[in-house]
Design a protein around this ligand. Structure first.
Ligand SMILES: Cc1cc2nc3c(=O)[nH]c(=O)nc-3n(C[C@H](O)[C@H](O)[C@H](O)COP(=O)(O)O)c2cc1C
Length: 377
């Protein structure tokens, strides 16, 4: 299958590591990139927090010198901060690609009209995308592409993805990515591939990336064949399974997909991941954020409850090493049942929205720009 072109950037194979707050930090991106090609997107940062100089957000926006394409996701709810943050990032040559997040279903975000709620107000959506594309273009003479990631809509009665795709295309976005669920679906029901196919028809002039439930190389190739999308975005499927990028690379090259790793091979990956964490955050790095990765790495392998409890309590690299020494290196890769239920997997009961939000899609509301670091998508 052909590589993916997003403006000046070629993505080969056409595979993108999904932005995942709290997950896709530099160590995890580097680890995934060691297995195969693609584009490895940083965590989401809030435009206003960058503009106001919040240190934590600028820390998140950093890249390792080994990262070939510095790809960052911005979260914005208004054109002013969106454009200012873009000018800073692109004007200072800190990124090669900006993605915009309009898919976050977290109640604290949608309740204020942001994230997955925002595309319903199409004039506001248009103003934010146009501001970012304009600023990126001015600062980079068109070399830093802007892409847009979104869900199908708020719920099945309020689908917005076709409008959003058309607006992004008209504003000069270089690609769009559809997480084929509504905000109400959250992470629950299966992704709806027919929506990806419909979007491909709707925006013929830019690549559409499909996103949702890709856990194997075969899932990726069948999504591309079945929908006509130009590339795939990989979220939960690579949590604790960065070797998925090797499997994807093999499949896209037409090679045989390597078998899943034994537990001994997984232990080597865990050691590598830990090494990258120590390199990036320092040898005294807090390991609490690594515990969730450990749980994902061990998922499906026969390690027993004591080891899982120990994984959930590691404090130091020695704790991790002691844990790995307890594992049976010959335990084979688990079957497909272990591929699912990593991180979020539930639907929402309702989508929190501002009062009257659904009354008029053509209203141009003022949505307060959040300053804090948000999480989720
Ligand atoms: C822990 C976690 C954090 C996420 N954070 C973001 C985010 O910051 N921005 C975003 O656009 N999507 C975010 N997402 C959504 C993913 O990018 C992706 O769209 C979603 O998981 C569906 O793909 P999947 O079925 O392959 O997981 C997040 C998902 C998870 C599981």
């Amino acid at each position: 299958m052909a590589s993916l072109r997003m403006g000046a950037i070629e993505v080969d194979p056409p595979v993108v590591l999904a932005p995942m707050a709290g997950v896709t930090d530099a160590p995890f991106r580097l680890l995934c990139a060691q297995f195969g090609g693609g584009l490895f997107v940083n965590q989401m940062v809030t435009a206003r927090a960058l503009v106001e100089g919040h240190r934590a957000s600028w820390e998140l926006a950093r890249f390792h010198p080994a990262e070939r394409t510095r790809s960052l996701q911005l979260y914005a709810t208004d054109a002013h901060y969106a454009a200012e943050a873009t000018r800073m990032l692109v004007g200072r040559d800190l990124v090669d690609h900006i993605d915009l997040n309009f898919g976050c279903p977290a109640p604290k975000v949608t309740r204020n009209g942001g994230g997955a709620a925002l595309p319903y107000k199409r004039r506001l959506l248009e103003s934010v995308i146009a501001a970012v594309v304009g600023a990126a273009h001015e600062e980079s003479a068109g070399t830093v592409p802007v892409t847009v990631k979104f869900r199908m809509g708020i719920d099945d009665e309020h689908l917005t993805y076709l409008d959003t795709g058309r607006i992004a295309e008209a504003c000069g976005a270089s690609a769009v990515a559809l997480h084929a669920r509504t905000a109400l679906d959250h992470y629950g029901p299966p992704a709806r591939l027919e929506a990806i196919a419909r979007l491909v028809e709707e925006v013929p002039s830019i690549p559409v990336l499909g996103n949702g439930d890709i856990a194997t190389a075969a899932d990726a190739t069948s999504m591309m064949r079945g929908t006509g999308c130009a590339g795939v975005v990989i979220g939960r499927g690579c949590l604790g399974r960065p070797w998925l990028f090797a499997e994807l690379q093999a499949a896209f090259l037409g090679h045989e997909v390597p078998p899943g790793p034994t537990l001994g091979e997984v232990s080597d990956v865990i050691r590598r991941h830990l090494g990258l964490i120590q390199q990036w955050y320092g040898t005294g790095a807090r390991l609490a954020p690594f515990r969730k990765h450990l749980a994902w790495y061990l998922k499906g392998y026969p390690v027993g409850p004591q080891v899982r409890r120990a994984a959930a309590a590691v404090e130091t690299p020695r704790d991790v090493e002691a844990l790995l020494e307890r594992l049976d290196p010959d335990a084979p890769a688990p079957g497909d049942a272990a591929l699912f239920n990593r991180s979020h997997s539930n639907p929402l009961r309702r989508v929190a929205l501002p009062d009257g939000w659904l009354d008029d899609p053509d209203e141009l509301p003022a949505v307060a720009a959040p300053t804090s670091v948000l999480s989720g998508g």
